[in-house]
Every structure is written in C-alpha cells, then in structure tokens.
Design a protein around this ligand. Structure first.
Ligand SMILES: Nc1ncnc2c1ncn2[C@@H]1O[C@H](COP(=O)(O)OP(=O)(O)OP(=O)(O)O)[C@@H](O)[C@H]1O
Ligand SMILES: [Mg+2]
Length: 257
C-alpha cells in the first residue's frame, strides 16, 4: 500500500508543486513507484511542471465514470516509475467531494509505493479535499514572514485531521541571507512552528528554470528523498558555502548580483 503524503502551505507560490514533483522524481530514481496526484482544481499545473503535454483523462473523468483510474494515469516520458494523475481541465468550479478523491487514490494505492498529493494554496475546500486523502502531511514554507504566518495557521488546522505525521520543508532558502542573519535559519523556523524539519531546499535558479536537479537543489532533494524513504533526518546546509573567509566573498558577490 502506498504512503499518501500531501504537500500543503497556506500561502501560494512557496513551492508545493515543485517540491512534490522533484521529490517524486528522486524517489522514482531510487526505484520507488510514485504517483503525483494533482488536487489543485483551480490552478492545476502538475502536468505542465512535469513536462507532460497530453492528458486524455483526468481525476474528474475517473470520479464521473468516463474512464477507469488506471486509464487516467500518465507515465512520465523520462522516469518510468513516475506517474501523473491530472486534476480537472474542463470546469475548475465543479464541486468534487473529498470522499470521491479519496476513493480514487485509495483504489490506486496498491499499485504504488508513494502517492504525493499536490494541494492548492489556502485552507478552504480544496485544502480539505487534498488533506482528507492523505495519511501524512508536509507543510512547505519559505523563510519569509508572510509564508511562516500562513504555515503556522496551516499546521494548526492540520491538527484536526487524523494524520500519522506533519512535517516541515523550508524551500527557497538563501544561504547568504541565513549566514548574514537576515532571515531565520531552517532549524529556527522548525522551532518556532514546533514542527519537525523533513528537508531544506535552497533557492536555485535551475529549479526556477525547470532544469530538474541543477545546482544545490540536486543534493538537497536527494537528502530529502533519503529522509522520506529511510526515516533519517539529514538536513541540507544551505548556509554552508557562505561561512568563513571565502564564504564572505561569496556572500558579497551574491548581494551584488
Ligand atoms: N527552491 C526553489 N528555487 C527557485 N525557484 C523555485 C524553488 N521552488 C519553487 N520555485 C519556483 O517558484 C515558483 C512557484 O513554485 P510552485 O508553483 O511550485 O509553488 P506552489 O506553492 O505550488 O504554488 P501554488 O500555490 O500557486 O500552487 C515556480 O516558478 C517555481 O519554479
Ligand atoms: Mg502548486
């Protein structure tokens, strides 16, 4: 049976989809069979982020009986252990119940090791629909104050669900700013949010440009995947290369970019 993990945030644009997709790729490269399920029915984009162009059926087609769940799965063209279940493309306003989504994902659970559920921003209906299908939750935040406040709110709402775990990923961490004390470090953020740290992903232009596994993001995602699979808690040190004499030169160069 698959582990069903939902990626939530509260605040939009903090990297839920990116983290779910890149973690999914890493897990699949490690031999795990992974399903990326898009439950962001308003601004669905997991297929685009994955570079999958043709979607014949989506999750709503499954729910409304136009196809079987397996027919709606799209195998990734590069990583054959990675599958995508797109959210609806036709009518984003259509009401889909949390139970219906859960039924579809439960039905697919035996065929996968992991089902990674991409949740919409906010803590409204779409959030409930995504979280109700999961057994574990990951809250994605950036070090910015507005994201932290929304993450805090999200974590408190998650307490009302029956989840095995709620953990934290701090994304878009700028090592130079952490080293200069301009933003909180990921362990400080985890302390404030009283939530265990599952991973840290640096701000990486390669990620922004959609180049899977470029720059520091590559190592960080490998460590994250290891933590998810093995239960370890190895955390990427984004500030590492900005310490000491050469680090201070790197910091000032980065500031002037
Ligand atoms: N670590 C990172 N470094 C650089 N850019 C990143 C990183 N993580 C995400 N991004 C970029 O930030 C943007 C927002 O990411 P993404 O769409 O994954 O966020 P989201 O939380 O899923 O947004 P939404 O709430 O709209 O669903 C994208 O352009 C993505 O490429
Ligand atoms: Mg998203």
């Amino acid at each position: 049976m698959a582990r069903k993990i939902v990626f939530t945030s509260g605040k939009g644009g903090v990297g839920k989809t990116t983290v779910a997709v890149d973690l999914g790729v890493c897990l699949s490269l490690a031999g795990e069979k992974v399903l990326l399920a898009d439950t962001d029915f308003g601004l669905n984009n997991i297929d685009v982020v994955c570079g999958v162009e043709r979607i014949h059926y989506d999750i709503v087609d499954v729910i409304e009986g136009r196809c079987r769940a397996k027919q709606a799965l799209v195998m990734h063209p590069l990583w054959h252990n990675l599958y995508i279940l797109a959210s609806n493309h036709s009518d984003p306003q259509k009401y889909i119940s949390p139970q219906a989504v859960r039924l579809v994902l439960d039905g697919l659970s035996h065929a996968f090791d992991y089902i990674l559920i991409d949740c919409p921003a906010g803590i409204e209906g779409g959030f409930h629909r995504a979280v109700a299908s999961a057994d574990e939750a990951v809250v994605v935040t950036t070090p910015h104050v507005s994201a932290l406040r929304d993450a805090d709110r999200t974590i408190s709402v998650l307490k009302s669900y029956r989840l095995k775990s709620v953990e934290l990923i701090v994304n878009m961490v700028r090592g130079d700013m952490v080293a200069d004390g301009e933003v909180l470090s990921p362990p400080e953020i985890a302390n404030i949010l009283k939530t265990p740290l599952l991973g840290v992903i640096p701000q990486d232009d390669g990620i922004f440009l959609g180049e899977r596994f470029a720059g520091g993001g590559k190592k960080a995602f490998r460590m994250l995947a290891g933590n998810v699979m093995k239960g370890t808690r190895r955390i990427y040190n984004a500030a590492g290369r900005y310490g000491g004499f050469f680090g201070s030169i790197r910091r000032s160069l980065k500031k002037n970019l």
